[in-house]
Design a binder for this molecule. Structure first.
Ligand SMILES: [Zn+2]
Length: 170
């Protein structure tokens, strides 16, 4: 399966709200296979469709974090249906490589959506997994993790990121 190119935070596709999925077809199924492969290859635990340049409302996520085995799930047209208790923890993003920040998120969330067969899905998640769900949901809404931190810290991260880009271009 081919690996996909993960776009970085400068790409405008990451700033657009993704369109709801209306049809689950072969193209979408193949894309999710490749996204799962791409996610593991990049050592990520979640990947939203717009991170591979597709403005479509779904993400892939590994829900088996504590089990040390791969357990990928695809969630189509997801919504966070409940959330509680805010906590701060460090977070990174495959589209903002090697930069991290403390982000406030809900400690527990309930996520609803659909699987590739069109069946309803519901997950209750806590801690790290709850954070990953919220991070991927943000992507689908055109939001990056540094939108959730102070302007001072965001400016600092953005400067670091641009510097890194320049180094790569030289
Ligand atoms: Zn991300």
């Amino acid at each position: 399966m081919p690996l996909l190119k993960i776009v970085n935070c400068m790409d405008p596709v990451l700033r657009k709200k993704c369109l709801k999925v209306k049809n689950i077809d072969e193209t979408l199924i193949n894309l999710t296979d490749n996204m799962i492969e791409t996610m593991y290859n990049a050592s990520g635990l979640g990947l939203a469709a717009n991170q591979v340049g597709v403005s479509s409302d779904f993400f892939v996520i590994d829900v088996g974090i504590e089990k040390e085995k791969r357990d990928p799930v695809i969630i189509i047209n997801p919504v966070i249906s409940a959330s509680e208790e805010k906590v701060i923890a460090e977070e990174g993003c495959l589209s903002i490589p090697e930069l991290f920040a403390n982000v406030k998120r809900s400690q527990r969330v309930e996520v609803k959506g659909y699987d590739l067969k069109g069946n309803e899905l519901r997950y209750e998640a806590e801690g790290f997994l709850a954070r990953a769900f919220q991070h991927e949901m943000d992507h689908l809404n055109g939001v990056l993790f540094w939108d959730n931190i102070s302007k001072v810290k965001r400016d600092m991260l953005q400067r670091k990121f641009k510097k890194k880009l320049k180094e790569l271009e030289v």
